[in-house]
Design a binder for this molecule. Sequence first.
Ligand code: HEC
Ligand code: HEC
Ligand code: HEC
Ligand code: HEC
Length: 139
Amino acid sequence: MTKKSLLAVLAILCAMGLMLSLAAPAYGQAKPKDTYILKGAPMGGVKFEHKLHAERAENKCETCHHASKPEKPSEQPQQACTSCHTKTVTPPMKTNTVGAFHKNATATTGNCIDCHKAENAKDKKAPVKCMDCHKKENT
Ligand code: HEC
Ligand code: HEC
Ligand code: HEC
Ligand code: HEC
């Protein structure tokens, strides 16, 4: 490839990049990060591998991101849980942060843990004990 055609290719790539970055806000959907550190619990934060988990859920986003509910409608198809499920909730919201991730403080059921139990029955090593998710180092 000549220097000139290389420059032309680069210019086209730059233009495409610019178009994409301008198009993104119009689409109105935040892109998920690969990894989230979910904080709040006194015994430590939870390092949540979003990219890996999307693959584990076979890209079925609705495995974790439920549909919009009337008490607090969603602003986009998938949204950070903690933007609605806060530490303390006021009506009409009922489900606080802990309730969103596991149904109660004993953490025996819930969306995350139900799948982990099912996966562990298939010889995976997914955390079900408090301190296997909550770690002091994730602060
Ligand atoms: C195993 C559960 C799970 C699956 C499957 C999953 N997500 Fe998420 N997603 C989460 C959690 C947990 C968060 C972080 C919540 C928070 O910060 O409160 C999140 C955050 C997000 C955010 C918020 C971005 C931000 O920072 O504001 C977007 C967008 C998102 N996910 C999109 C997707 C898409 C698209 C898929 C399907 C390809 C998907 N998610 C699959 C659990 C999941
Ligand atoms: C746009 C706001 C919003 C977002 C974002 C959101 N939720 Fe909810 N969620 C609600 C509302 C409204 C309800 C019903 C009222 C209640 O239980 O507080 C609810 C209920 C729930 C419930 C209890 C009812 C049930 O289906 O068992 C769980 C668990 C839950 N959400 C988990 C999550 C998780 C996990 C995420 C992120 C992956 C998330 N939610 C993101 C608004 C939201
Ligand atoms: C679709 C099933 C599924 C769901 C839903 C799910 N997980 Fe997992 N998770 C797994 C599997 C499978 C592993 C372990 C994989 C292995 O052994 O390599 C895992 C591992 C983990 C780990 C250990 C580090 C890692 O990622 O390997 C953490 C922490 C974790 N999950 C947190 C969560 C949280 C928090 C939620 C709910 C928001 C959640 N998971 C929901 C399947 C799931
Ligand atoms: C599969 C991973 C996982 C397991 C196992 C787990 N948790 Fe959690 N827990 C989370 C996530 C994710 C959050 C949301 C982030 C946060 O608030 O720290 C959370 C939130 C909490 C909160 C709420 C903190 C707040 O912000 O108000 C408490 C308390 C808590 N967990 C206690 C426990 C206890 C006690 C156990 C064991 C009986 C346990 N968790 C087991 C993932 C887990």
